[in-house]
Design a protein around this ligand. Sequence first.
Ligand code: GTP
Ligand code: MG
Length: 454
Amino acid sequence: MKPRKFFAANSREVLKLVRDALGPDALIVSNAKVAGGFEVIALPATSISELVGASRAEMALVAAPLRETAAARPSPAAATAEPRRRETTAAPSQAAPAAVSTSAEPAQPMIAAAPPAPPREALSEALVHNMVAELRNMRAVLEQRLSGLAWTELSRRDPAKVAALQALLTAGFSGELARRLTDPMPDGSDEVEGMKWLVAEVNRNLVTAGADNDIVERGGVYAIVGPTGVGKTTTTAKLAARGVVRHGADRVALLTTDTYRIGAHEQLRIYGRILGVTTSIVRDAQELKSTLSELRGKHMVLIDTVGMSQRDKLVTEQVHALTRSGGNVKRLLLLNATCNGDTLEDVVRCYEPASLDGCILTKIDEAQAIGASLDVIMRNRLALHFVANGQRVPEDLHTPNRQYLIHRALRAAAGGSVFGLEHEEYPLMLAPARQEPQRDAASGFAARMGGYVA
Ligand SMILES: Nc1nc2c(ncn2[C@@H]2O[C@H](COP(=O)(O)OP(=O)(O)OP(=O)(O)O)[C@@H](O)[C@H]2O)c(=O)[nH]1
Ligand SMILES: [Mg+2]
């Protein structure tokens, strides 16, 4: 478990030396810029388990004298436990009087034999726990320092790639997608070419439904799902209005599963009445099935669903009810563009993205930046069917224009923001070590930097 020192002209080479000598899971203990290059002190990955093993052994040594001291000085608790021990010892031989008379002698042998296991175990566990926490902290710090080094190196070597990464991160894209998108950028591009290349790459990765094959044109049964207040009922009405304009009111039907809250279905009924479209309420999977069967002849049936928190277990029940209902119900998830990336990611996960037909991005009129929404949509490979940019029914619903959305997302990078980062702070976003405590510093870092340093 002896630390080894490595030296090379630059950070990339020194990390290569470390990896060649100690493997990809090596633990970097320190790194520093020294005269003529970089110096790194590293340990093999096995040292962590040796460290933990050693600490257990050391604890055993420390615990032994403690046990002896406890034996010499019985605690009140041990004294009260004594009669119970006597009973247990006496029971098998039925020799109670003899046992009592033996234990009336000085109490040392009884107490010395008592296994002080629980406190020792607890102490040792606490020590191991603390050590693991310390190692994780060290790992996070090291990972950030290494990311800093890599960032400096990359800024010097490939400024266009750094500018693209910075633009994506500022726009609210995740480090993961920003790396993935910029990784294949050709080396040696200038910044203007680099940004053009980036826009084309985002464009290629953002899947949208075109005006000619939108759901209103295609028809079918669509359940509009999403968290509370995201705009499900309003968007259902907007879609229904488009359906009425293109196919006539008698070819469109509205359903609501919202019997959860008093009067909730009234909102949809009013829209239905204005549009001249039949509106039905369904209470369970069975009723949904029979109503859908009655509405078989319609071009488009839209189901407005219950609004509830994405963490609510009713979400799962609702998903299953719609699946069980048959009638080939497709689900469209509504995402609120004003939410942050983590919240949107959580929403997508709760609604089982693999079985979604796509999504609609709402409230983009209220969102300062839409990078995080586009990131979640792209990473989860959701098809974006519509964007909603206001409360007006039916005007504020549009088929997505990718150029406009990308321009809008990246525009956030150009304007200054109080939440903006300084150039040298970006590596912190590229090395989210605290969220991934299980990963090794060296290998996790190399993976995250997509091979920039290795
Ligand atoms: N600014 C803006 N407001 C919107 C948009 N879509 C819906 N809203 C408003 O958001 C509020 C909630 O909309 P609803 O359609 O009732 O949302 P919901 O998802 O059905 O809500 P629950 O049924 O309570 O879960 C209403 O005031 C809508 O007018 C949009 O694209 N932009
Ligand atoms: Mg609603």
